[in-house]
Design a protein around this ligand. Structure first.
Ligand code: NAD
Length: 358
């Protein structure tokens, strides 16, 4: 959306999250937890980030009620139920998530049924910490919903915590954030504020990710990319997502593909599909990327970042494409270009082979 704002009508929802940003800001965890009035925090992480979660939580002393380190991608319902039970048994009055979207997702699953406040300390660029969106994996299908109870109350963005995220994961996670921004720019319920944030998010990510991949220890680039991820999270929260997110949910939930890597591969193809139906969004994306054409610009950025470019390299089989296209067209949703089985099948096929989206 651009041109005269005065001639437009739109709705903008602001989400009340307190953000504490900056290198070393994780030292403010105790005072931020106090601010929430919490005295018994359950600390959540994935198994791999358990030690780092313990290190972050050390400053909390007796405010730690316990640890639960079994967060998993897409939040399987049985893991969520275990975590809810542990939170109840320990008498937890808050959840602190130390990790990426999987850990935040587990905190949200607990909050959904208990209303416990979530304090998120993100260690990837997923953007989930800024959204009231939750996901649960049940019977091989990913169910998502929106609920104000799951929106974290406080987010501490400390670029230092990203230093351990390997270059390849950083690149994929950064493109996951980029996807939130691109789809927000052409969302059916977009608005000038969200578009402004989304465009700035694309700019920050496009500038910083190549440097993060070149030198994962560059704190300034980590800070810039985390800022981009924050804006991406706000974009995801404030505008409805379309074809790209639908395809990625299908591929992650029903075919077990890794979340961020799948987002990275699908994005240039979803952008290509919508390019002519969402010209202004594509121009803004291209301008923020510093290129002439958004879909090929996204693809070329991913080439530079050394990302995998083909779904077949993530383990998808060619024989899965028909079912994936069918699942992704089962229920209607808004998208700039009209959606149909053949078109979606073609997008999936191009992403399967990793073709340049000309
Ligand atoms: P993730 O949280 O699963 O993390 C990926 C891997 O990286 C994990 O093994 C984790 O332990 C490790 N890791 C995390 N931070 C690290 C660090 N700093 N250093 C080293 N290793 C680190 O991956 P993700 O992509 O952040 O999150 C994916 C999940 O988030 C999916 O389930 C997705 O659906 C969800 N998500 C939800 C939203 C939302 O708004 N609800 C938005 C984006 C993603």
């Amino acid at each position: 959306m651009s041109g005269s704002i005065g001639a437009q009508s739109f709705v903008y929802n602001a989400f009340p999250v307190r953000v504490v940003f900056g290198t070393g800001s994780v030292a403010r965890l105790p005072e931020e937890l106090d601010r929430l009035g919490a005295k018994r925090a359950l600390i959540l992480s994935t198994p791999g980030r358990s030690a780092s979660a313990k290190k972050v939580a050390a400053s909390l002393g007796a405010r730690v009620a316990g640890f639960f380190d079994r967060a998993q991608m897409h939040t399987p319902l049985e893991v969520a139920e275990d975590a809810r039970r542990v939170a109840k048994e320990l008498g937890a009055d808050a959840c602190v998530t130390v990790g990426g979207g999987s850990t935040i997702g587990l905190g949200k699953a607990i909050a959904l049924t208990s209303s416990l406040p979530v304090l998120a300390v993100p260690t990837t660029y997923s953007g989930s910490e800024m959204t009231p969106i939750y996901g649960l994996l049940e019977g091989g299908m990913k169910r998502t919903g929106r609920d104000a109870r799951v929106l974290p109350k406080t987010v501490i963005y400390d670029p230092e915590l990203l230093l351990g995220l390997p270059a390849a994961n950083s690149a994929a996670s950064g493109m996951n954030a980029m996807a939130h921004c691109v789809e927000a720019l052409y969302a059916h319920d977009g608005n000038p504020i969200t578009s402004m944030l989304a465009e700035e998010g694309i700019r920050a990510l496009a500038k910083s990710l190549p440097e993060v991949v070149r030198n994962p220890d560059n704190l300034e680039a980590r800070g810039d990319s985390l800022y981009g991820a924050w804006l991406a999270g706000v974009s995801l929260a404030s505008a409805g997502m379309a074809l790209h997110h639908k395809l990625c949910h299908t591929l992650g939930g029903s075919f077990g593909l890794p979340h961020a890597e799948t987002h990275a591969i699908v994005l240039p193809h979803a952008a290509r599909y919508n390019r002519d139906a969402a010209r202004e969004a594509m121009q803004r994306t291209a301008s923020a990327l510093g290129v002439d054409d958004a879909p090929t610009g996204l693809y070329d950025l991913e080439l530079r970042l050394g990302l995998k470019l083909a779904l077949k390299d993530l383990g998808l089989k060619e024989s899965d494409l028909d079912r994936a296209a069918k699942l992704a067209t089962e229920s209607p949703y808004p998208n700039p270009a009209p959606l149909g089985y053949a078109g979606i099948r073609a997008v999936l096929e191009a992403a399967f082979h990793g073709r340049r989206p000309l």
